[in-house]
Design a protein around this ligand. Structure first.
Ligand code: NAD
Length: 250
C-alpha cells in the first residue's frame, strides 16, 4: 500500500478510536537536535555511558556530574520541540490523543503543550537528594558548582533512571493502563531494545490495539507487533498525518 493510503488508514483509525496512546523514544527528538544514545552517531559514541552507572555516580559524583551537566543540561536544555511533538500536543488538545508515554527525559512533549505525559525513565527537570529523596526543580539549582548538593549536604542526582534503577512506579502503572486502554497505539522513534519499556507496546497489542509505528528504520516491533509501519522522519510523517486528521478544521 502507498504511504498516503497507509496514512489515511491511520487517520481514520485515530478519528474513530475511543482511546489513542502515543509511545515515544529518542527518535522523536532527533530532529530537535538530540541524537539517540546508540548507533553510529549516537551519544554513546562520544560520551562514556559509565556516567549513568549508579556505583560510578556515587563513587565519583564530580566526574559524573561534569559529563551529566554538559550532556543533559547544557546540550539537551537548548533543544526545542519539533513538528512531531507539536502534532501530538494538538491531537491531545483536539481530543484525538489521550496520553503520551515517553522514554525520553528531555521535556519536549511538555514544552510542545502535551499535558498527559508519563515519563517512563523519569526526567532531567528535577533533581533528587540521594539522602532524603526530596526533589528540587533543576532550574532552581546552581549547576556551576558540581556536584550540586542538597540542604543536607548530600549529592543531588538527576531524577531520571540510571543503569540498573527501577522504573518510577507511577509512570510504570499509568503506562500499562494507557497501553491496555488503547484502540490505537502509536510508536514513534524507538528501537524496542530497551527493557522494560519495550513491554508497553506489547501490552497494547495483547489488548487488541492497532499498532502504528513511525521510524526511519524497522525496529524490533516492526515484524512482531506493528500493524501499520510508516517509514520516515517523525516530523515529516506526523505533519502528513496532521493534514489528514485536521482536514476540515485547517
Ligand atoms: P531508542 O531505542 O530510543 O531508538 C531510537 C530510534 O529512533 C531508532 O529506532 C531510530 O531508527 C529512530 N529514529 C532516528 N531518527 C529518527 C527520526 N528522525 N524520526 C523517527 N525515528 C527516528 O534509542 P536509544 O537512544 O538507544 O535509547 C535508549 C534510551 O535512552 C531510550 O529510553 C531513549 O528514550 C533514551 N534517550 C532519550 C533521549 C532524549 O530524552 N531525547 C535521547 C537519547 C536516549
Amino acid at each position: 500500500m502507498a504511504q498516503i493510503d497507509l496514512l489515511q488508514k491511520v487517520a481514520n483509525a485515530i478519528k474513530t478510536a475511543k482511546h489513542t496512546t502515543a509511545f515515544s523514544g529518542a527518535g522523536i527528538s532527533v530532529e530537535s537536535g538530540i541524537p539517540p544514545f546508540r548507533g553510529h552517531d549516537g551519544l554513546w559514541s562520544k560520551y562514556d555511558p559509565t556516567v549513568l552507572d549508579l556505583n560510578y555516580f556515587h563513587a565519583k559524583p564530580k566526574e559524573a556530574w561534569a559529563v551529566i551537566r554538559e550532556l543533559f543540561y547544557d546540550f539537551f536544555g537548548k533543544a526545542q520541540p519539533n513538528a512531531a511533538h507539536n502534532v501530538l500536543a494538538r491531537m491531545e488538545k483536539e481530543g484525538l490523543l489521550q496520553a503520551v508515554i515517553t522514554q525520553n527525559i528531555d521535556n519536549l512533549h511538555q514544552e510542545a503543550g502535551s499535558r498527559i505525559v508519563y515519563e517512563f525513565h523519569g526526567t532531567a527537570q528535577t533533581l533528587v537528594c540521594t539522602k532524603t529523596r526530596k526533589r528540587y526543580p533543576a532550574s532552581s539549582v546552581d549547576l556551576s558548582v558540581i556536584p550540586p548538593l542538597s540542604e543536607t549536604g548530600a549529592v543531588l542526582k538527576p531524577d531520571f533512571i540510571f543503569f540498573g534503577e527501577t522504573i518510577p512506579q507511577l509512570a510504570f502503572k499509568k503506562s500499562v493502563e494507557e497501553a491496555e486502554k488503547a484502540d490505537v497505539f502509536i510508536i514513534i522513534g524507538t528501537t524496542g531494545e530497551v527493557m522494560p519499556a519495550s513491554m508497553i507496546p506489547q501490552k497494547a497489542k495483547l489488548n487488541g490495539a492497532t499498532i502504528v509505528e513511525i521510524n526511519t528504520e524497522p525496529s524490533l516491533f516492526t515484524r512482531s507487533i506493528t500493524n501499520v509501519f510508516l517509514k520516515g522522519k517523525a516530523t515529516e510523517v506526523m505533519s502528513e498525518l496532521e493534514k489528514l486528521l485536521f482536514a476540515e478544521t485547517g
